[in-house]
Design a protein around this ligand. Structure first.
Ligand SMILES: *[C@@H]1O[C@H](CO)[C@@H](O)[C@H](O)[C@H]1NC(C)=O
Ligand SMILES: *[C@@H]1O[C@H](CO)[C@@H](O)[C@H](O)[C@H]1NC(C)=O
Ligand SMILES: *[C@@H]1O[C@H](CO)[C@@H](O)[C@H](O)[C@H]1NC(C)=O
Length: 171
């Protein structure tokens, strides 16, 4: 009975970690500085080193009386041309959520001249890596233990095991 419970506990915890790993992320653009020219945020640097996956969202928070959020093509992003947006994500509340639901490059600018002040963001959206796919095997040695999710899972399993042991001994 104890064994069965223990296994169930492992499975439950394991899937919890897996789901967290695979869940979509909502990115607050510019972090606490938001979508603004006031703090000198360089949005290219903000995006650098981050991994945006298909299914994530961008969350733009800004002064609705001044800025907006326009998706444009690459050349218009480069030249800060807001005359022909591909998509106007501005809803009027100064809090706009953009779903990144296609694996491609996205380009955003603020119109009304603010792009020239630095309000331009390019993100590369990647395909979500399959959570349980093992790393390629090297010389026949399975490297599955070192894949993205397993690294997280293993300590959790050990911790749960230890906690369960302590619990059993209290009884
Ligand atoms: C974008 O949409 C908002 C809300 O509908 C509208 O007020 C604004 O004029 C639009 N901006 C552009 C550049 O199309
Ligand atoms: C992505 O989201 C937009 C806006 O919600 C929607 O119009 C579009 O159909 C979606 N595309 C895909 C491939 O799901
Ligand atoms: C942001 O920084 C990059 C270098 O990391 C630079 O090439 C780019 O011009 C900067 N963008 C703005 C809007 O200042």
């Amino acid at each position: 009975m104890k064994r069965v419970l223990l296994v169930l506990l492992f499975v439950a915890f394991g899937s919890l970690v897996m789901v967290r790993e695979a869940s979509a992320k909502r990115w607050l653009v510019g972090d606490n500085m938001g979508w603004s020219t006031s703090y000198g945020v360089n949005y290219t640097n903000w995006a650098k080193g981050k991994h945006f996956y298909n299914g994530d969202w961008l969350f733009f928070v800004y002064d609705r009386n001044q800025m907006n959020v326009l998706e444009v093509k690459k050349t218009d992003y480069e030249s800060c041309n807001s005359d022909h947006p591909l998509h106007n994500w501005t809803t009027g509340a100064g809090r706009d959520v953009v779903p990144l639901n296609v694996t491609r490059n996205y380009y955003f600018i603020s119109g009304k001249g603010f792009c020239f002040g630095g309000m331009k963001l390019a993100v590369h959206v990647e395909k979500l890596p399959p959570p349980q796919k093992a790393a390629p095997e090297v010389a026949g040695a399975p490297l599955a233990l070192y894949s993205r999710s397993q690294v997280v899972l293993l300590p959790v399993v050990l911790a749960v095991g230890a906690a369960w042991d302590a619990f059993i001994h209290l009884w």
